[in-house]
Design a protein around this ligand. Structure first.
Ligand code: TMP
Length: 211
């Protein structure tokens, strides 16, 4: 497949969503054929699954149910949106993918990174991202950013305590060690402009090395 699948990862309040949209504009300006999308969601069926998973009323949801729903949304999003775009040679900027499940469900929920990887393998059939940017900010600082942003939607995972978010952060650090070629760290504890600039440099260098 001729396109590139680039995923954005990080804890709450890392700024990845804003950066993703700013990079979309910058990359288009440079002449790249770019689309943006998100997980869970990005297409109708997966957005519906998203609203079930993240509904703040669904406090009874079991951890494995949650992991399976993320994997189901991922499967549908992959076949309906990501793979066709890759075939058309597009660059896909995707807000979260499998690493989120490994960090949140696998490690922070305690289901096991390898176990969650296995159910995701059924969903993705070896289609891993070409490049992943991890937006690195201490959980306390990320959560403080969210608290200050009144416009952001509050979801069920925001109801988790700081220990949960610390575990998510630790898990991402483990994933960086496990996939050093794919996952690159961006210092997210800087101004948005600087974070966007660092991300753009990383992506354009990656793409020009592939030419
Ligand atoms: P968002 O805040 O980036 O839109 O993501 C929604 C929430 O879903 C966020 O708290 C992270 C969580 N999540 C998982 O727990 N597992 C996953 O596989 C994905 C994609 C997201």
């Amino acid at each position: 497949m001729s396109g590139y699948f680039i995923t954005f990862e990080g804890g709450e309040g890392a700024g990845k969503t804003s950066i993703l949209h700013s990079l979309e504009k910058k990359l288009k300006h440079l002449g790249y054929d770019v689309i943006t999308t998100r997980e869970p969601g990005g297409i109708d069926i997966a957005e519906k699954i998203r609203s079930i998973i993240l509904n703040t009323e669904h406090t009874a949801m079991d951890g494995r149910t949650e992991a399976l729903l993320y994997a189901a949304a991922r499967r549908q999003h992959l076949v309906e949106k990501v793979l066709p775009a890759l075939e058309q040679g597009k660059i896909i900027l995707c807000d979260r993918f499998i690493d989120s499940s490994l960090a949140y469900q696998g490690y922070a929920r305690g289901l096991g990174i390898d176990e969650v990887f296995a159910i995701n393998q059924f969903a993705i059939q070896d289609y891993m991202p070409d490049l992943t940017l991890f937006f690195d900010i201490e959980p306390k600082k990320g959560l403080a950013r969210i608290a200050a942003n009144k416009d952001r939607e509050r979801n069920r995972l925001d109801l988790e305590n700081i220990d949960f978010h610390e575990k998510v952060y630790q898990a991402y650090k483990m994933l960086i060690d496990r996939f050093p070629e794919r996952i690159h760290v961006i210092d997210a504890d800087q101004t948005m402009e600087k974070v966007a600039e660092d991300s753009l440099t990383l992506i354009t260098q990656y793409l020009s090395n592939k030419k």
